[in-house]
Design a protein around this ligand. Structure first.
Ligand SMILES: [Zn+2]
Length: 326
């Protein structure tokens, strides 16, 4: 679980992108690790009828320490030159790497500036979001599953209409538990394994009491971080969701949620058809594409206000129930 720390801090690093202007020149120099992402950028552009001639325009993407503090990548517009911060790059998943390279190519090739647009469901509307990031908002973009196509469309055309998936929602009362297969009345440090037939609709529901800790979390899935989902709620009323498949961490970070109580909250994860739905105190908060983890282990964890995991903690989980839904 130590890695959670890494990706929370990498995340705050990785998404403060910065850009500046410098001397012009026309050459192509792309370090090998970036070439597959440049090729997929060209392929995505071609699908949208856009072609580039980098021989003509020049393109440089190099790995190194960037000369800008807290920048994961830097684009110099004038000579299409990109620098990627090695310490950030090394800790990114493939999806995170693509998002970072696409963001910088957005600046350097598509001539885009930061666009901090918010979708009607409160998610970022562009992977070109960037500094200045409002204080009440995390930087994470869920660049995965069915969301990804929209983000690439928007990258190439910022007039792309908001996607249909912003209206995905679910009423808590729409689905009823019919068959409970596990109940845990109370646990201070949960560590349970229970086989769940993920071909069926099911829910995992519990009350999470942070017992005074800054952040209380719940993990579900395989035994290791790279194969599980994590939910973290804070006393400061933030809700974070991530899957370990993304080493860059949080796919979602909602801050200042009125739905959240400071101490104890009822959290519900429902898997229905191809989606997970998340509820806080019986109100819908978020959906994500279904991911089939190779394991059904459930644990709790806690972190301090800076995101550091607590080695010894004493939070409480109550009324944990796993049930199949009708
Ligand atoms: Zn940027």
């Amino acid at each position: 679980m130590k890695q959670i720390l890494v990706f929370i801090s990498a995340l705050s690093l990785s998404l403060i992108m910065s850009c500046s202007a410098d001397e012009p020149e026309s050459n192509i120099e792309v370090s090998p690790e970036f070439r597959p992402f440049v090729r997929s950028f060209e392929a995505e552009a071609a699908k949208r009828g856009i072609a580039f001639d980098f021989e003509e325009t020049g393109l440089e993407i190099l790995l190194g320490p960037t000369r800008v503090d807290n920048a994961a990548g830097v684009c110099r517009f004038s000579d299409r030159s990109i620098e990627i911060e090695v310490t950030v790059w090394d800790n990114l998943s493939e999806a995170g790497r693509e998002q970072l390279i696409f963001h910088e190519l957005g600046h350097c090739v598509l001539d885009r500036r930061h666009r901090n647009v918010i979708l009607p469901n409160n998610e970022w509307g562009s992977i070109m979001r960037g500094s200045p990031i409002p204080e009440d908002r995390g930087v994470a973009v869920n660049y995965s599953g069915q969301r990804k196509e929209y983000y690439i469309n928007e990258l190439f055309d910022e007039t792309t209409p908001f996607p249909d998936w912003t209206s995905i929602s679910r009423n808590y009362d729409e689905d009823q538990p019919i068959d409970t297969i596990l109940t845990v009345e109370e646990s201070a440090e949960l560590n349970e394994t229970k086989f769940i037939d993920v071909g069926r609709h099911f829910q995992i529901e519990f009350d999470l009491d942070n017992n005074g800790l800054a952040r209380a979390g719940f993990t579900w899935g395989g035994q290791n971080l790279n194969n599980s989902m994590h939910i973290l709620v804070s006393q400061a009323k933030s809700f974070q969701y991530s899957t370990g498949f993304s080493n860059d961490g949080l796919l979602l970070n909602f801050e200042e949620l009125d739905l959240l109580n400071p101490i104890s909250n009822k959290l519900t994860i429902r898997k229905i058809d191809d989606l997970y739905y998340f509820f806080i105190n019986e109100e819908f908060i978020y959906w994500a594409d279904f991911v089939n983890f190779s394991g059904t282990n459930m644990t709790t964890f806690a972190a301090n206000s800076a995101g550091r995991l607590e080695d010894n903690y004493d939070l409480l989980i109550r009324n944990l129930k796993i049930s199949y839904l009708n």
